[in-house]
Design a binder for this molecule. Structure first.
Ligand SMILES: Cc1cc2nc3c(=O)[nH]c(=O)nc-3n(C[C@H](O)[C@H](O)[C@H](O)COP(=O)(O)O)c2cc1C
Length: 161
């Protein structure tokens, strides 16, 4: 299997993290590489907030991000036109997946949370409501879960004449 294919297949959503720090300058290098994600008209619609302890407490995640040593909020820029919101979020998702795969190649996992839609999270981060927010826990895994089987794509692919 090609290295990239192996990374894609073996990356896992990490729920619980080891008590081991992650070097922030390394994270920044990975974010720089991730920023080569496809994006519309070079808008690069993502920004990142490294969340400090005080703000993290205000986010009030029920599992405290699996005790991740790093909490990172990825912001997807507010749209100027309604249809831009989807495009911004799609490009930002590509950026996040790039980052996740690069981190995984260094043994670091990501926990994806859905708390970003909450007004209280926007407020704690000081981000206006028209930006989309995805909050990630980042760190070395305490354990790597078994892969969840996927539906074979042969069942989801069709060809039109
Ligand atoms: C848009 C999105 C939202 C997600 N939200 C959550 C979440 O709120 N809580 C959670 O535990 N996992 C969340 N996940 C991670 C999925 O649960 C995980 O990717 C899925 O179970 C497949 O596992 P795998 O990534 O290890 O293959 C989210 C993933 C995506 C892409």
């Amino acid at each position: 299997m090609a290295e990239i294919e192996q990374l894609v297949v073996e990356r896992r959503h990490i729920k619980q993290f080891a008590d081991r720090p992650v070097d922030e300058s390394e994270l920044l290098c990975w974010l720089d590489a991730a920023a080569h994600a496809p994006n519309h008209r070079m808008t690069q619609p993502w920004e990142v907030i490294f969340v400090g302890p005080e703000t993290r407490a205000r986010l009030n995640h029920p599992a405290n991000f699996g005790e991740a040593p790093v909490v990172m909020a990825v912001l997807s820029k507010a749209p100027e036109l309604a249809m831009e919101r989807d495009e911004n979020l799609i490009a930002t998702a590509c950026f996040i997946q790039n980052f996740s795969l690069i981190a995984w190649s260094h043994g670091v996992g990501v926990r994806w949370t859905s708390i970003g839609w909450k007004a209280s999270v926007h407020e704690a981060l000081g981000v206006s409501d028209d930006w989309d927010v995805i909050v990630l826990g980042v760190g070395y895994p305490a354990e790597v879960p078994a892969p969840k089987p996927r539906t074979p794509m042969a069942e989801k692919v069709r060809t039109l004449p």
